[in-house]
Write a protein that binds this ligand. Sequence first.
Ligand code: FAD
Length: 505
Amino acid sequence: MTNGPVRSVLIVGGGTAGWMAAAALSRMIPTGLSVTLVESDAIGTIGVGEATIPPIRAFNAALGIDEAEFIAATAGSFKLGIEFVGWGATGERYLHPFGVFGFDQEGVRFHQHWLRRRAAGVREDIADYALCAVAAREGRFMPPASDPASVLSQMNHAYHFDAGLYAAFLRTRAERAGVVRVEGEVVEVIKEGERGNVNAVRLADSRILAADLFVDCSGFRGVLIEGAMQAGYEDWTPWLACDRAVAVPCATGGDGLTPFTRSTARPAGWQWRIPLQHRTGNGYVYSSAYLSDDEATATLLANLDGPALAEPRLLRFTAGRRRRQWIGNVVALGLAGGFAEPLESTSIHMVQSGISRLLALFPDREFSGVEAATFNRQADVQYDQVRDFLALHYHLTHRDDSPFWRDAAARAIPDTLAEKIALWKRAGRVFRRDDDLFAEDSWVAVLLGQGLVPGGWDRMADLTDPAMVEQRFVRLRALFADAASRMPRHADYIARVAPGRQHAA
Ligand SMILES: Cc1cc2nc3c(=O)[nH]c(=O)nc-3n(C[C@H](O)[C@H](O)[C@H](O)COP(=O)(O)OP(=O)(O)OC[C@H]3O[C@@H](n4cnc5c(N)ncnc54)[C@H](O)[C@@H]3O)c2cc1C
């Protein structure tokens, strides 16, 4: 048995996952740990991950990254949520905002009062009661206020950024903190006989890189976790049919620098629109069972805000996750660990939470398996939560204008999701399990946004005088509209914090 602390880590892969891991490990485990990252320029990175969710702010903060510096370095913009166009039915749209809906009243969730008013005949968009949504629609942005008494404390944001620039930004920091970068292609994984752990990797030019712990950030290939450790893959195609994406950046146009991501339903999937300072990222995520690559590319190119700035890039994937993310002394992060389509911008977050888990469970050289078991259990829960939330969007569609959407509505859903929907249908209740990644209000936004109004509401809401509730609703709506109208325009805010770039209007 080998004891003692891990002295060396080899990260295989230099995409967003690899450099996030390198930056975090080099900063957070300082005592004598050597970190090396090997990446192959010839293989390259996926680099299309451009939209994120709010916890990324905590990751950047833990690395000591200044927000303005980050926005400038990554050509980034601010994100207050996602607009879904044509998902519930053709011609409809709704916002899934970050932040919360209104305020709880007498201990009862805001949306329960909203449901009671709706049953009494009031027809209002619940998004009018989310400050992030109101600001997003107005094209305005402010960071949250730290004073909980301020209405601006209801703001919450994530970012859009150029993933290649983010990786480069993190690389500079990681190398400054002592991470050694090696360029080369891993062609062989050398394992020890006894326990089957990895001893070293061999590069194409015969160099050998040894380490105690290996972090597989090699993308879909999973060079170590699958190639050497044969983790196995759980295929989610029965629930999430999309298996391709075609991506292309274009010149800024259309609505310009919106502080939200847009997801527009298309005949065999959906199209993302991610506004950056210097360009807009676009992609059509689709199912190859319903659409050819040429048709998808043509549809994407016909639906851009401005001229395409590069050749469209085709990406193939299988939605799902590795059956085990950590085996022996190999931990997978990023696409090496699994992938679900970027409908709720969760992949980079999965990298972040994998890193947090690895830091919290950092092993010693015994690699007893105890830490790995906990890591894997938690990772499975989180991956499955993402799967369920994404499946919800397809399941609740009323579209019947193409075979893809008709089949989406008819497709079976995971039991965990079915249970959640059944609970919602009765009285609008959402219960988060196991520290669900998605807040209760995220579920509420998508459930209502896609037209699933529950049959009842929590009768606790009846205990508050309806006239008082009404007054509060009227005041809140006006308060949010006023607060949003006073915020700077998103483009102006960026120009102020990150001057120097060519800003879109
Ligand atoms: C279509 C699409 C859209 C996406 N959109 C979003 C989004 O909006 N938001 C979001 O959060 N995420 C998104 N993602 C996911 C996001 O792109 C990834 O999670 C993120 O970029 C991390 O990728 P990665 O570093 O794991 O893999 P990659 O970027 O593929 O990097 C893999 C690295 O491993 C190296 N490598 C591979 N094999 C070897 C080898 N044998 N030897 C040496 N090096 C090797 C490569 O050179 C590269 O450096 C999207 C993904 C796809 C496919």
